[in-house]
Design a protein around this ligand. Structure first.
Ligand SMILES: [Zn+2]
Length: 147
């Protein structure tokens, strides 16, 4: 696997997920400096982090960071893991407005209540996005493209 393969997967899934109106940049480490306002941890991956996505609240633009270690991994399921990671992050663009509900609650609830809601909401959203990503990838790979 290489960067071109990863970028092909992104293009394929952008179409499948109906994100063609979005401007999505796949950001490789040497290009991260192009977005200096992004001086957080995007692109700095821990051992189990495969990808990350950044998107603003209002515009259909996003930056997708992919952990390059996956591209050279000898794990037997590395292809599947890479594709699921990409689909997972792209699904966060599909759910962006749902995730924005928490921003709209800002200042409306007691901090303790908001913390509980945010924790439960985030945990369950991540679980749903992950389950959908695995299911979509497995389903798409089981379809004969000639059909
Ligand atoms: Zn996620």
């Amino acid at each position: 696997m290489n960067r071109a393969y990863a970028e092909q997967l992104v293009s394929r899934w952008v179409g499948i997920l109906g994100l063609t109106t979005w401007h999505i940049h796949v950001v490789w480490p040497e290009n991260a400096h192009l977005w200096p306002e992004n001086d957080d941890d995007f692109g700095k991956f821990g051992k189990d982090d495969y990808a990350a996505v950044w998107r603003p609240k209002d515009y259909e633009t996003a930056r997708l960071y992919i952990n390059e270690e996956l591209l050279t991994s000898f794990r037997p399921d590395a292809h599947l893991t890479l594709e699921v990671a990409i689909v997972h992050e792209l699904l966060h663009l599909v759910t962006r407005d749902i995730e924005g509900i928490l921003d709209q609650l800002e200042g409306q609830l007691h901090r303790d209540v908001r913390d509980v809601i945010e924790t439960v909401f985030s945990h369950n959203l991540e679980a749903a996005v992950d389950r959908l990503a695995y299911s979509l990838v497995r389903f798409s790979n089981s379809i004969d493209p000639a059909l």
